[in-house]
Design a protein around this ligand. Structure first.
Ligand code: ADP
Ligand code: F6P
Length: 324
């Protein structure tokens, strides 16, 4: 039976990470375990930046965005030396199992650590929602609502001025955020990496919307799409593509990662954190805690590391039909 667990947040922060830290810490303490927080993700494992976590240390954080343990991208952890140093520090601290809260890259890092003999449990958390092994990840619902609010606001000003907007949203190489915010915001165009698109076809859709008498047109462009929003705008200009509307570009960027988590993410994070500790207590190790078919699930990290999540591309077609 384990006596001492470590917990860290890694990669891009996501609203709800704090709720997951709180859930892991309190569930573990309730079960009689000692908890150590590692600051700055894998970077803190290498530099030995660790703090004890008690019940009161995680008080008041459920409503806060970001991660109070801080996060980092740590290229050094991708090297054997970095991983060996992390392992050495974990052993010196007496940490017997590590909970890793993060996205695709972080869970791949967790998998490597598990192969070196450190038991780990991952918790699916990223606004990109690009993790195989969980239909939804902590943070994406809040990020989606932020993008949606921006689209709704842009639509009102677009209509007043008969303009088209290209709104670029995050997601790295995954189009989930763009597709879903596009559907929810009634966008005329959605461009994502998983589906072919080009500036001419976007111009054509905008033109068609104008000809159908629309007062505005919105194109949601995933940052990982083949053409960035600014490239598309530049293409329209240099090729004198007439789209019927005046055009503006808005890049939402890190706005989508900031701010307090919504109820959905707080509850999801609480459920994931609670399950992560229960999984390790019953000996279910080297797994990712996520949600599948509406139920909390555990999937071996070996199946998740390097896997690519599939999007339901029929939703793109649905969005196009509904925005005529
Ligand atoms: P996210 O977890 O949000 O996808 P990143 O892809 O930046 O974010 O990954 C976070 C961190 O996970 C990286 O900075 C690195 O320390 C670690 N990591 C990512 N990929 C690997 C890998 N292939 N091997 C070991 N560690 C990795
Ligand atoms: O993985 C989350 C994410 O916000 C991606 O959507 C984006 O591509 C990336 O992180 C941005 O990274 P950084 O915060 O390092 O600029």
């Amino acid at each position: 039976m384990f006596k001492h667990i470590g917990i860290l947040t890694s990669g891009g922060d996501a609203p709800g990470m704090n709720a997951a830290i709180r859930a892991v810490t309190r569930t573990a303490i309730h079960a009689g375990l000692e908890v150590t927080g590692i600051r700055y993700g894998f970077s803190g494992l290498i530099s030995n930046d660790m703090i004890p976590l008690r019940v009161r240390d995680v008080g008041g954080i459920i409503s806060r965005g970001g991660t109070f343990l801080r996060s980092a991208r740590c290229p050094e952890f991708k090297t054997q030396d970095g991983q060996q140093q992390a392992l050495k520090n974990l052993r010196q601290q007496g940490i017997e199992v590590l909970v890793v809260i993060g996205g695709n890259g972080s869970q791949t890092g967790a998998f490597h650590l598990s192969k070196l003999g450190m038991p780990v449990v991952g918790i699916a958390s990223t606004i990109d929602n690009d993790l195989a092994g969980s239909e939804v990840t902590i943070g994406v619902d809040t990020a989606l609502n932020i993008a949606l609010e921006a689209i709704d606001r842009l639509k009102t000003t677009a209509s007043s001025h008969n303009r088209a907007f290209l709104v670029e949203v995050m997601g790295r190489d995954c189009g989930y955020l763009a597709m879903m915010s596009g559907i929810a915001g009634g966008a005329e165009v959605v461009a994502i990496p998983e589906s072919p698109c080009n500036p001419e076809s976007i111009a054509q859709s905008f033109r068609a919307s104008h000809e159908r008498g629309k007062a505005h047109a919105i194109g949601v462009i995933a940052e990982g799409a083949k053409f960035k929003a600014t490239d598309i705008a530049a293409y329209f200009k240099t090729h004198h593509e007439r789209i019927g509307f005046e055009l503006r570009v808005t890049t939402l960027g890190h706005m989508q990662r900031g701010g307090a988590p919504g109820a959905f993410d707080r509850i999801l994070a609480s459920r994931f954190g609670y399950e992560a500790v229960n999984a390790l207590l019953r000996g279910s190790l080297n797994v990712l805690v996520g949600i599948q078919n509406g139920k909390i699930s555990t999937t071996p990290l070996s199946e998740i590391a390097h896997a690519k999540k599939q999007l339901d591309l029929q939703l793109l077609e649905m969005g196009r039909t509904l925005s005529i």
